[in-house]
Design a protein. Sequence first.
Length: 109
Amino acid sequence: MGRLQFLSDNIVKVYVLEKRPADVASLIESMPERFYVAMLPLPQEDSRVEVWPKRAKVYVVVCREKGWLLLLSTDRLRVRLSTEHSHAFSMARLVDKQMLLAMLGLVMS
């Protein structure tokens, strides 16, 4: 995995699922019943991540084993991930809290 550089100053915190799964589960549990998640493939090279709108508070979850970069927010997001050779875009989708916990393999309360 390459280094991620966040160009937006609205990133509240970055979590690595494999290092702190309990913290990720607590974060998801603290979110409303439905919230927005943008999902991108985890890049293998150094990348820049931009998030819109700038007013949104965003939490980032890095899932190394699954190869995902997840951005969680109560606001609808647009995300651009840029590497030296490519760009990827993602629009956040409204998801259910329990569905995301199950998808990540975290114990549901």
